[in-house]
Design a binder for this molecule. Sequence first.
Ligand code: 3H9
Length: 693
Amino acid sequence: MTTINPVTDLSRDGDIAIITLNSPPVNALSAQVRDGLAEAFRKAIADPDAKAIVLICDGRTFIAGADITEFGKPMTGISLLELEDIIENSTKPVIAAIHGTALGGGLEVALCANYRIAVPSARCGLPEVNIGLLPGAGGTQRLPRIVGPEMALDMVTSGRHVPAKQSHAMGLVDELAPEGGLRDAALAFARKIVAEKRPLKRVRDLNDKVEAARGKPEIFEQFRKANARKFRGFNAPEMNIRCIEAAVNLPFEEGLKAERANFRELFTGTQARAQQYAFFAERQVTRIPDIADDTQTIPIAKVGIIGAGTMGGGIAMNFANVGIPVKIVEAQQANLDRGLGVIRKNYDNTAKKGRMTADDVENRMGLLKGSLSLEDLADCDLVIEAVFENMDIKKDVFRKLDGIVKQGAILASNTSYLNVDEIAAVTKRPEFVIGLHFFSPANVMRLLEIVRGEKTSKPVVATALQVAKKIGKIGVVVGVCPGFVGNRMLAQRQREANKLVLEGAMPWDVDRVLYDFGFPMGPFQMSDLAGLDIGWSKEKSSSSTLREVLCEMDRRGQKTGAGFYDYDENRNHKPSPVTAKIIEDFRAKSGVNVRKISDEEILERCIYPMINEGAKILEEKKAIRSSDIDVVWLNGYGWPVYRGGPMFYGDTVGLGEVLGKMTAWRDVMGDAFEPSKLLERLVADGKGLKDLR
Ligand code: 3H9
């Protein structure tokens, strides 16, 4: 065996050369990997005793793509395209042996081999679109030559990882190897190719599938139309489509040039930077500076949930989905029955869509047991309270739970803004009390705010992070403050949205601006969807806010067919003259100077105070890092990923700009706009939020 460099080995088994890559964690194509592979291929090609070459990886996966950490740094070593030339022009058959994932540049390298063999658990994909890019090493030109333009369009714009069996069925993988037996199977396959004197098939030379689509622009137009909503705001999907179009309409070399040009355009843009930032932010979020990776966690085998409402039910589904038994406690049998009924309906709907079998539904329902007694939670390892958002009620529940649930178990509250320390203080085990703030619908939304109380122990925080991962959530550790990270910042946006309406903008103006910015909907549409009567009661209503007046008129949102907007029977919304009239009356009564408000002002007034609040959250150490705040907004509030998150956006527009506006507004409109000290310091030092470490 020859060691080519620290990550690449070259060996021979009889007349087959084997190049083995071992560059943890995911064999990404760093300069060292590219150089090692180039050297190994050159040697293997020159070796008179080698008749074929197998490329295989050690560790958990085949090559998972270009090394994203190198992006934006000066280029060193051989380029990926040069490496691919060496592989593709090999005078001996090259076989890529795939386990784990062959992604992005990894699949592009494999597409330069003559043949591909994979174990059944392997997956292939071109996920560049998810980091704002397109496959820039020939992927958009070679993939459609094997799988056809339609499938290629789907793969490059979704970034999905295609399982090996499907990859095999569509010719992307030539052979399937037994699980765990990749190396032997790859060697045997190589020998067969040599013995059968199979030709040096090159993907770039396959033209029938792309030629068949030539002169049919409707393939692309229909695809664009069908996916317009999904791609809204993103640059990368369209550029990926253009590259597949180029593969269909241009000779291979010309297509490569088009791919290169489009890649460069995306690569230097803000969207790609934002999406790559989000990729790393999501991976960094689980690292808690004072909690070691090997911190002992608490095994969670049984979960208890108090409350079978929308929230409790959704939370319960998360655990049943991963095989953890759940006891759900309600005060009334009727509420319990209703709650369990809703869960069953949700599962049945999933089954109807073919995403789950009838047996799966029964198995999951079998894991959910209803009860009317807190006593039944005694043996649970984790109890999550999801009752009405009222401090006295929560305290009462926790006092009782403390006396019932076994020692060593975690007591969690799903509160969205209450003081977790105050709740913990009524128990004799505050170190086992934590906030687990799920987002509605709790079985769908990926975000989980893990609220670390003053006394919450490290093992309890570590367990919460582990639980989040297990149930497919992104857990973000935050500190105790009203509304925590997400709702605290949302309150800023909500306040300004309401004020803007009094000053002259219409709710639909505010919604349009935020929708165009990239949110799935604006704040008023969101209120209509959630119901305007959350926290409202007829008895206490004082007609002093727009919202109260709308509720008093029974315009309580989508469910009553009217709220800020009017709705038709299909829940399509349109601006409401009734709401407009109420707004006019309010403006007249308040005596504000009504003026025309620009879209620019709407955006800045809604977003900059959020960034300012985020900076205050960091200042108060209620979030660990700036990127954690962005993870909250990307996963819980529909912040468009191509804008990175509010804090990333603050750096994009420049903190000086944000601070300048906050200061000017403070001088005119008062303390609500008081700039954060951190923001002032960063601006004075010429730094951005990204520079905080
Ligand atoms: C590309 O290929 C461009 C080309 O077309 C053209 C070029 C000219 N680079 O996710 P995990 C790290 S673009 C550097 O927790 P999993 C990751 O940060 C690339 N680092 O594990 C983490 O580090 P740490 C196209 C990378 O098992 C560790 O690996 N490829 C890269 O849940 C483990 O990651 C992609 O977009 C990378 N490419 O999932 C694939 N990938 O431990 C992106 C991962 O320090 N990667 N790391 O936090 C993935 O989708 C997942 O990581 C993967 C493993 C499925 C591979």
